[in-house]
Ligand binder design. Structure first.
Ligand code: ATP
Ligand code: MG
Length: 412
């Protein structure tokens, strides 16, 4: 036998038994997002590497460690690790700022990150996400958070925690960053190697570190004093207060988490995450926030924006398995042409129908039928002569001969 080739580490086949679950998530996305005025956008799976270096930020783990980058015709290309940068590129390139504001977009599809595969963490995974362009007011932040909650409810997920924070604007964040550096300096050599780098490039990200020693250091009173200080400026605070006021009015439950900073460089002001307690350590199902400078950074007009992304594998792992749709009618016959014709007619009426292709004895065919279908339709010599069908309810054992015309009303 020839050597078998396996799927790559960190990638998974989505098999027919699971496809229905995926289709349901995608269908609900279309339904819930359309209802809120969001339109689907599909962007390419690979982009110029520079888009992510500039868009996601070259101090992030994603850009530094996790990208699938390759050369083709002397160009550096990268499989998208997330889709905000791609959607922003498409927004700018297609002059979407000329459309009426706000421009509300959603997407779904595969993302690629070179990470250590584990439960809830793959190298090819899928996200569904939304982006809203053109609104700086806090109503936009509240609307996208509400949309995330509504989407999660629509697929049957309710017991989730929404955590929010405000990172302030580049101005107020600068002062906070300086203060944080100051109080962390004496601890610098005790931080993990990643955080030692973060200290230089983006000290805020230390707040998000999962390493226990780093978490402990953050508990020190002098450091806590800085973390818990309300460092954001008056305008940023007003914005954040309004976001919370709107969420309260909409009955969206949330918690303020001052350690929430998110791993991407482009966020400012509102950031949020939705987590589940049933997912172990990879417990974030949704992450998002406001990114008012990204469109300009990537060469577009100054346009405020806010959005989020959800990991679809993590959503699916929280949902109960769905039982796959049963076949409604199973045609049992030794007359292939007649069986084909009846099957075709039933299918054209939207009835899920199969027919037995084996030409085996009726008892064998009926055995198979009772495993897969609700009803068996038997076409023997007598039935064909009389233009009738023997109709068998496979749940019970009732069988009766009915006219061809009656079949449809019975099955509907
Ligand atoms: P994490 O802290 O779990 O690494 P993240 O901050 O890197 O998450 P985002 O970039 O915010 O994640 O992506 C949004 C969502 O996409 C996450 O909340 C998660 O549900 C999902 N996600 C991210 N990376 C992966 C992955 N490697 N495999 C599966 N899902 C993922
Ligand atoms: Mg990550």
């Amino acid at each position: 036998m020839n050597k078998m080739i396996k799927a790559q580490k960190g990638t998974k086949d989505i098999l027919p038994v699971d496809a229905e679950q995926w289709q349901n998530l995608e269908f609900k996305a279309l339904e819930v997002f359309s209802n809120a005025g969001f339109q689907e956008i599909r962007t390419p799976i690979f982009e110029a590497t520079e888009l992510f270096a500039r868009g996601v930020g070259d101090t992030t783990d994603i850009v530094n460690k996790e990208m699938y980058t390759f050369e083709k015709s002397e160009r550096s290309l990268t499989l998208r690790p997330e889709n905000t940068a791609g959607v922003v590129r498409a927004y700018i390139e297609n002059g979407m700022h000329r459309l009426s504001t706000p421009v509300k977009l959603w997407y779904k599809g595969p993302m690629f990150r070179y990470e250590r595969p584990q439960a809830g963490r793959q190298r090819q995974f899928h996200q569904v996400g939304v982006e809203m362009f053109g609104i700086k007011e806090p109503a936009a932040d509240a609307e996208v958070i509400l949309l995330a909650v509504n989407y999660l409810k629509s697929i049957g997920l309710k017991d989730l925690d929404v955590e929010i924070n405000s990172l302030g604007c580049p101005v107020c964040r600068e002062a906070f960053r300086d203060n944080l550096r100051k109080v962390l300096k004496p601890e610098l050599k005790n931080l993990c190697p990643d955080c030692q780098k973060r200290y230089e490039t983006n000290p805020l990200r230390i707040l998000d570190c999962k390493v226990k020693e780093c978490k402990n250091i953050l508990q020190k009173p002098e450091i806590q004093k800085i973390i818990t200080s309300d460092y954001i400026c008056e305008e940023c605070r007003e914005h954040f207060n309004d976001v919370q006021k709107y969420l309260d009015a909409l009955n969206v439950k949330y918690k303020r988490n001052k350690l929430l900073v998110r791993g991407l460089d482009y966020y400012n002001r509102t950031v949020f995450e939705i987590t589940s307690n049933n997912l172990g350590s990879q417990n974030a199902v949704c992450g998002g926030g406001r990114y008012d400078s990204l469109v300009k950074n990537l060469g577009g007009e100054d346009t405020p924006a806010v959005g989020w992304a959800m990991g679809m594998e993590r959503l699916i792992s929280l949902l109960p398995e769905v039982k796959s749709k049963k076949i409604k009618a199973y045609v049992v016959s030794n007359f292939t042409i007649e069986a084909l014709k009846l099957t075709e007619e039933l299918r054209s009426h939207g009835i899920i129908t199969e027919f037995d292709m084996t030409n085996k004895k009726f008892t064998k065919q009926l055995e198979k039928a009772s495993k897969v279908a609700d009803f068996a339709l038997i076409l023997g010599e007598d039935e064909l002569k009389n233009d009738s069908v023997s109709f068998k309810d496979l749940a019970g054992s009732k069988q009766e001969t009915i006219s061809r015309n009656e079949v449809f009303s019975r099955l509907n």
